[in-house]
Design a protein around this ligand. Structure first.
Ligand SMILES: Nc1nc2c(c(=O)[nH]1)N[C@H]1C(S)=C(S)[C@@H](COP(=O)(O)O)O[C@H]1N2
Ligand SMILES: [Mo]
Length: 327
């Protein structure tokens, strides 16, 4: 089981990426064949060696071949984008609004020491370091689709723990209805925060029942390595059924409230970005359609799926709600 964050030791120092990838592919190959055929173990090992998985990590298309060790559900069928693509095409306005410039500007961003303060309407407010969180909760592999509101998508092999674990740890009171997340405010290291155009720090929010859904993941690793700064290190959220902007990076504060929080994007353009931001091909953005998307690394556009393809796990959260009014 990969942790993605092993205290001070970067797993890449222990296992070079190509060996890590091949080993995971090998184990995965055995598991698949074992379930499918139930044949003898010697034959399995031989067959798995011949799959060739993990050998094309540098394919320029941006589609990778990482096969996770332990993921749940149909997400396993997605082919992750390459580490290269995931770490060089980023939205992170604290640094710059140019996707290909984030990695360079975020390179020396200090992610240690770091604390996440969890409070508000909870019985047990507490400050955690990231290693503490990783030690407390089971860190798992999750391969998630990511759909940006701008119309592109990727598939990321994350390591992280379900947000609900952390919520249970602090015991929200009965008044708590929403969770508010806040990114670090550090203009000395984040040049984009010197711009007065946005209301820094970046804030996001979820309804408490959304936050308790098993898919809502606190991410600490990518491809079995410590999360790179451009992807939101040391800890970020990924809510895969919502547009990418809900998946807030570099979290330092989590508060439980009884009022729907105003997020950075709601404040910037309320007619374009709502609180819910569920992926919905039937509701266009005021300036473009949301019915298709470009998967980074693919040639033609593909259809965007309701709730980004996770409807079976989350659609019930919105029973009886008008998803046009609550965009
Ligand atoms: N703090 C912060 N979090 C953020 C953003 C940001 O600008 N600042 N951009 C969001 C948007 S629009 C997207 S698409 C994703 C991009 O995540 P990635 O760079 O890991 O692919 O991060 C989201 N989280
Ligand atoms: Mo986005």
């Amino acid at each position: 089981m990969a942790t993605g964050y092993v205290n001070d030791i970067d797993p890449s120092e222990i296992t070079p990426e190509h060996i890590y990838r091949n080993r995971r592919a090998f184990m995965r190959g055995i598991a698949n064949l074992g379930i499918a055929a139930g044949v003898g173990s010697a034959a399995l090992a031989a067959a798995a060696c011949n799959t060739g998985l993990g050998s094309d990590s540098s394919r320029p298309s941006g589609i990778g071949s990482y096969i996770p060790g332990a993921v749940t559900g149909e997400e396993m069928n997605d082919t992750p984008n390459t580490f290269e693509a995931i770490t060089n095409y980023n939205n992170y306005y604290e640094f710059t609004d140019e996707k290909e410039g984030v990695a360079r500007l975020a390179k020396n961003f200090k992610t240690d020491p770091w604390t996440v303060a969890v409070g508000g309407m909870v019985d047990k407010p507490k400050e955690f370091t990231v290693p503490q969180l990783v030690d407390m909760f089971k860190v798992e592999d999750r391969v998630y689709r990511h759909r940006c509101v701008e119309g592109w998508s990727m598939v990321m092999p994350w390591q992280g723990f379900p947000l609900k674990r952390l919520i249970e740890e602090v015991s929200p009171t009965s008044q708590a209805k929403y969770v508010r997340f806040q990114t670090v405010l550090r203009p000395s290291e984040m040049p984009g925060q010197k711009s007065g155009y946005y209301e820094w720090p970046y804030t996001e929010g979820l309804r408490l029942d959304e936050a308790m859904n098993d898919l809502a993941l606190m991410v600490t690793g990518l491809y079995g390595k410590t999360l790179p700064p451009q992807n939101g290190a040391p800890i970020r959220l990924h809510v895969p059924w919502k547009y990418g902007f809900k998946s807030v990076k570099a979290i330092v504060k989590i508060d439980f409230t009884d009022k729907q929080p105003t997020t950075l994007w709601m404040a910037a353009a309320p007619n374009e970005y709502g609180f819910y931001a569920n992926v919905n091909p039937d509701v266009p953005h005021p300036r473009w359609s949301q019915s298709t998307e470009r998967r980074i690394g693919e040639f033609s556009r593909r259809k965007t799926l309701p709730f980004n393809g996770y409807a079976d796990k989350v659609a019930h959260l919105y029973d009886g709600m008008d998803l046009r009014a609550n965009y």
